[in-house]
Design a protein around this ligand. Structure first.
Ligand SMILES: *Cc1c(COP(=O)(O)O)cnc(C)c1O
Length: 377
């Protein structure tokens, strides 16, 4: 059977050009001087994408490795960490902090809204003695994009290192690491970049490097240790053999994005169309504000379950959408419109299949989602 169309919020479909890049013959990435230049060049392209002059590293593990490496490298036991929490990934960051000995304090926001910067400001006026703060740019399970453009400068004002999980935003939402004063921003290969799962990348500011390199206690990990990467280029040395084929794919994926006129506008336009289609059909979006341009989260209407929807979407239409997990398990469905999935045709057939699925299960909606979508777009 043909693979399903994966309209999930990552992994996303991989364009043939990227697949071909991954199929290229390889050299020995530990020994070939050309590969060090290739890796450096790919990092330079990521810098462009992130709008930063900061160092960028690509690590051999998917997004979670980036989160953990940032925590492992910055945190020393007993350090105070502010965990900005308005969703599943945001809260989970606190657990990584604890693994590395941080005293974690939570700033808990409404799970259906973007982080309220004014409230955060008030909070920080009373307590700001933190070494670092973690925040998620786009909360993928709930479909909320947080105003990291305002959060990170606020943290910088208080001398707090910002660590931003931008895994499901980079390549779909605007990101300006330098202007927004982001200390560590991290992404993954398999979301809006639409490369194969398996890589994470981080930009690291001077301030973050200082904290990482001037610790009193050693970093309690090798694979998550960013300090060992500091002079990789000068020394022409990688801590472990580089996943060369995946990096070929990532390089091609970033080229494709940088070569496009306005990928941010494309994401905005499609996301807006999806949301309108949902709302006009009488269904309810999970977020109240802060709507993401890369993923839409919809409450499951009365009279049906996610499993029933999913089952028919796969069996009758060969289209994969996503549910969610943790407290959202069974409550929502998610459509990923990120990267390679963020095109009119793919959204059209996905919404058309959802229309059919609701109809087959006797769930009435106002008009049809695919028609509302076309009318908006
Ligand atoms: C996908 C994602 C990650 C990486 O985690 P997975 O293991 O791929 O689920 C991290 N953070 C966010 C916000 C993500 O969307």
């Amino acid at each position: 059977m043909k693979e399903p169309l994966i309209m999930t919020p990552g992994p996303t479909e991989i364009h043939e050009e990227i697949r071909m890049a991954m199929a290229r013959n390889i050299t020995n990435p530990d020994l070939d001087p050309n590969f060090f230049e290739y890796y450096a060049e790919t990092c330079n392209k990521l810098r462009k994408l992130l709008n930063t002059e900061n160092d960028v590293l690509i690590l051999d593990g998917e997004g979670i490795l980036g989160l953990e490496a940032a925590c492992a490298s910055v945190i020393e036991p007993g350090d105070r960490m502010l965990c900005i929490d308005n969703g599943i990934f945001g809260k989970g960051f606190g657990d990584f902090g604890k693994i590395y000995g941080a005293e974690v304090v939570y700033f808990k926001g409404d799970y259906r809204s973007a982080v309220d910067v004014n409230q955060l400001e008030e909070f920080l006026e009373k307590d700001n003695d933190f070494k670092l703060a973690t925040v998620v740019h786009c909360e993928t399970p709930s479909g909320i994009t947080n105003p990291v453009d305002r959060i990170c400068p606020l943290l910088r004002e208080h001398g707090i290192i910002s660590v931003v999980d931008s895994v499901s935003a980079i390549g779909g939402e605007p990101i300006e690491v330098d202007n927004w004063q982001m200390d560590i921003a991290l992404g993954g290969s398999q979301k809006c970049l639409s490369a194969a799962p398996g890589l994470t990348f981080l930009s690291i500011s001077e301030i973050a490097w200082e904290a990482i390199l001037n610790r009193e206690t050693p970093i309690g990990s090798f694979y998550c240790n960013l300090a060992i990467w500091k002079d990789w280029y000068e020394e022409k040395w990688f801590p472990y053999t580089q996943p060369i084929s995946s990096i070929y794919g990532l390089d091609c994926a970033v080229d494709r994005i940088l070569g496009e006129d306005d990928y941010i506008e494309r994401h905005k336009k499609i996301a807006n169309g999806v949301r309108k289609a949902i709302v006009e059909s009488g269904l309810e979006l999970y977020p109240i504000d802060g709507h993401s341009n890369t993923v839409t989260t919809v409450l499951i209407p009365e009279g049906i379950t996610f499993d029933k929807i999913n089952d028919r979407m796969i069996k009758e239409h060969n289209i994969m959408i996503a549910g969610a997990f943790d407290y959202l398990d069974g409550k929502v469905l998610r459509i990923g419109h990120m990267g390679e999935n963020c095109y009119e045709e793919k959204i059209y057939i996905t919404l058309k299949a959802l229309d059919e699925t609701f109809k087959a299960h006797g769930i009435e909606i106002d008009g049809s989602m695919h028609k509302h979508f076309v009318d908006t777009i």
